[in-house]
Design a protein around this ligand. Structure first.
Ligand SMILES: Nc1ncnc2c1ncn2[C@@H]1O[C@H](COP(=O)(O)OP(=O)(O)OP(=O)(O)O)[C@@H](O)[C@H]1O
Length: 785
């Protein structure tokens, strides 16, 4: 038996022994969990039997409350024990199949002996409760595995750095307690293992990368010093993967204080939420909260306006011909995404402290209760030292009082009598009971006084009718944000004064008209939504969320500086992790970041910001990366991972029928070769519809739209801008011709679409290929006609 076989034997025996212990622990815990669950069920069922309830005297009342408190304490202690045991059980079940994936042998400086450290997704202690049979991958010592190679090495602990010598680094793939793969690695974490992982075909969900985290990714995962962490990385460099591992790391490191529902991820689209949703559970952690920025906007002002979303904005811009509309739209997007516009709105609000507030009059049945004029006078009669949002609060309270007075007077109005007559028996009965209850409480006579009856019924009727007005006031709808936003966009003198004229585009007037037209139709353009919300919050108060401690923004290049400022403002207690790739900045407002994610440093200031760059691309084969990077200026800095495949194919077609025929054959052949998760990427949703209609009878396929909630497998037809963040075994670009991708501004969109491919990239072109392909060195692809 050679040394290798001996090692293998030794390691398999250890796996057997550890999994045996895990199984035994699991068995005991399952029994315990069953018992505790039984306790909880019993306690809940018998809760009131165990509480001594007696309300007769104040002493009895005190005793009842103590007994109640004791009983709920017992219950919640048992519930906590049950939860904890269930969580441990969940981890043991994961460990049982694959107890660990790595081993390092480390001799600590000044210490005798070498420790064998095995790394898995959770820690597992021997029966002595002291010896670590498996270390959690997030434990301080585990970073040796990710950061160092055999030789001198060190790791950080809360009490300082620990140095020593790493004697061995070994990697395993263990499935169902059997070692499938094992090798010792030299310089970097096994390219071999990574090769294996990356050459698998994709499934419909992102996977955890815990066994093969790379050094630079580890820096992203473990960074917890800065308030703001910016990760800029090439397509497929593992930004999203590292971010999810980072969530798991933070939940582990701060387990006493941080819970999964205090971490929020902003995803690029609803489908992406489902795409990444299995990573944390795979690591035995709960999922963080996930949303999209659009969903947040809808939640805030979706009831007032029909909001344009970023995808509709994109679709309409991609479909439009060059002309005045597109010019104005671009100018509007660029300006309204900037912090200059944000500053202008802020300064407008400062002006409003002194004059210019607009209100909606309070009306009831067509009659004026409080006029706009009166409201304005009242508002500016408050001490100007009081903050504007607080003055709005005062105003609300005053209006509620005015309304109460109005209600009192209104009780005598003839319409009230009519309504009393119209009360149906049920309502009347309800009123009668309520009145009786009140009389009893006030120890009044019986319900015989006709006058009193009428007055009580009148009060009830008026209150009922005024309910919507009261609600309207409480929600501060009396502030006419819409009208003030309109004024800001159309009153040039005012705007020049609040903005100082800085960066004001030539198209300013046309921009205002465009926005107004939509607003009057009850709509809000995407570029106006956040600014509108910002103005509204400045006037009514921000809806601050202090619970969230970590905000993750994926695809941050798709956010405008304005939106990022807004996010920062509403999560004041959160740290931010922003992940982005400027080469994938596909929306019209993304140029605003000024060509560098460095500008994100301004958000929290350079002192509080750290930027980490990821340049190695793992998703695609070397051939695909060499092709895609060729279309981006500066693409040379993207380093492909050394995994080979076929060169991308550019296939020319001379008719649409021929194009469709070739694509159908191609997908069938890709499927037959095991590439099941394939995507036909079209430029727009409109193109997707046409392709779907033409090919659906030939090929089983699913059409993805902006509202598709679930990421699915099989052959998808998907618009380019929705393919963000996800990946496929094979990508077919439906029509990469010059005719379709005509504008320079579509380069990043095209690049993003191509970089979704893991193993195969086939581009079809009806006529001449677009210039982005022609920019690539022809030796990097195969041209077929
Ligand atoms: N260290 C790693 N080990 C194994 N796989 C990895 C590693 N890093 C990245 N990958 C894989 O590379 C692919 C791309 O990763 P991911 O989607 O996180 O990249 P990204 O930078 O967010 O990409 P993009 O910006 O293009 O959407 C995924 O399949 C991921 O599992």
């Amino acid at each position: 038996m050679d040394l290798k076989d001996q090692d293998w034997l030794y390691e398999q025996e250890r796996v057997d022994s550890v999994t045996g212990k895990i199984a035994a622990r699991k068995g005991t815990l399952e029994a315990d969990v069953g018992l505790v669950r039984g306790d909880v069920v019993e306690l809940r069922k018998d809760f009131w039997d165990e509480v001594r309830v007696n309300f007769s005297s104040s002493d009895d009342l005190g005793e009842t409350s103590t007994s109640l408190r004791q009983q709920s304490q017992v219950l919640s202690e048992r519930e906590r024990a049950h939860l904890q045991a269930s969580e441990t059980l969940k981890k043991l079940r994961l460990l049982e199949k694959s107890p660990y994936f790595g081993r390092i042998d480390f001799t600590e400086e000044g210490q005798e002996g070498t420790e064998q450290i095995y790394l898995g997704i959770a820690s597992f202690l021997d029966d002595d409760q002291e010896t670590f049979l498996v270390y959690d991958w997030r434990a301080p010592v585990s970073s040796l595995y990710y950061d160092g190679a055999p030789g001198p090495a060190a790791y950080q602990t809360p009490s300082g750095e620990i140095g020593g010598m790493m004697e061995l680094k070994r990697q395993f793939v263990i499935r169902d307690a059997q070692i499938k793969v094992m090798f010792d690695t030299g310089v970097t974490i096994g390219d071999e293992l990574l090769q294996q992982v990356l050459s698998h075909s994709s499934d419909n969900q992102m996977k955890s990368i815990v066994a093969t985290i790379q050094k630079e990714q580890n820096a992203v995962i473990r960074n917890d010093k800065s308030r703001m962490l910016v990760v800029q990385g090439a397509a497929g460099s593992g930004k999203t993967s590292a971010a999810l591992q980072r969530v798991a790391y933070l939940l582990y490191k701060y387990r006493e204080t941080l819970k999964a529902d205090q971490v929020l991820l902003f995803s690029p689209n609803p489908m992406f939420n489902s795409y990444v949703s299995t990573v944390l559970p795979e690591l035995g952690e709960e999922n963080m909260l996930q949303t999209t920025f659009q969903a947040y906007l809808e939640h805030r002002i979706g009831r007032e306006f029909d909001l344009e979303d970023v995808f509709s904005q994109m679709e309409s811009m991609l479909k439009s011909e060059e002309g005045p509309w597109l010019r104005v739209k671009r100018a509007s997007i660029a300006y309204k995404s900037s912090t200059q516009f944000l500053d202008a709105i802020r300064s407008y609000k400062d002006d409003l402290e002194h004059a210019g507030m607009k209100f909606k009059p309070i009306r009831f049945k067509g009659r004026l209760i409080v006029s706009e004029e009166t409201m304005r006078e009242k508002f500016y009669s408050y001490d100007s030292a009081i903050r504007l949002a607080n003055r709005v609060d005062l105003m609300r309270d005053w209006l509620l009082k005015e309304l109460a007075q109005f209600a009192k007077n209104e009780r005598q109005a003839p319409w009230v009598d009519e309504q009393i007559e119209l009360l149906d028996p049920d309502e009347y009965q309800k009123a009668y009971t309520r009145i009786r209850r009140k009389q009893a409480a006030k120890k009044q006579d019986t319900f015989d006084d006709h006058e009193r009856e009428r007055s009580l019924l009148a009060k009830m009727v008026v209150n009922e009718w005024l309910k919507p007005v009261r609600k309207w006031i409480k929600r501060m709808r009396f502030i006419d944000v819409k009208s003030m936003y309109e004024t800001l966009l159309t009153d040039k003198d005012l705007f020049l004064s609040v903005s100082g004229g800085k960066g004001l585009p030539e198209e300013w007037e046309a921009m205002g008209e465009h926005a107004l037209e939509l607003i009057h139709a009850g709509k809000l353009a995407y570029e106006d939504v956040t600014p509108y919300l910002y103005l509204q919050d400045l006037l009514k108060g921000f809806q601050i969320n202090s619970v969230i401690r970590h905000v993750f923004i994926d695809e941050v290049q798709d956010y405008s500086p304005f939106q990022l400022e807004y996010v920062k403002r509403i999560f004041p207690r959160a740290r931010m992790t922003a992940l982005g790739d400027l080469n994938q900045g596909i929306y019209a407002h993304t140029d605003v970041l000024g060509g560098s994610l460095e500008s994100l440093k301004q958000l929290y200031g350079a002192e509080d910001t750290e930027v980490i760059s990821l340049t190695r691309s793992y998703r695609s084969t070397l051939e695909i990366v060499e092709f895609t990077r060729g279309m981006m200026p500066g693409g040379e800095s993207i380093i492909p991972f050394n995994r080979h495949g076929e060169k991308p194919i550019v296939q020319l077609a001379d008719s649409r029928e021929a194009l469709h025929r070739s694509i159908v054959e191609d997908i069938r052949s890709l499927n037959a070769r095991g590439y099941e998760h394939t995507a036909i990427i079209c430029k727009t949703a409109e193109e997707c519809e046409q392709v779907y209609a033409a090919l659906k009878d030939e090929l089983p396929m699913k059409r993805i739209a902006k509202t598709t909630p679930q990421f699915v497998t099989g052959t998808l037809v998907i618009p380019s801008y929705l393919a963000k963040g996800v990946e496929f075994d094979a990508v077919v670009i439906y029509d990469a011709s010059q005719e379709v991708y005509r504008r320079e501004s579509e380069r990043k969109l095209f690049y993003t679409a191509c970089t979704r491919a893991m193993h195969q990239l086939h581009l079809y072109s009806l006529g001449q290929p677009c210039r982005f392909i022609r920019d690539v060195d022809p030796s990097k692809y195969m041209l077929q006609s």
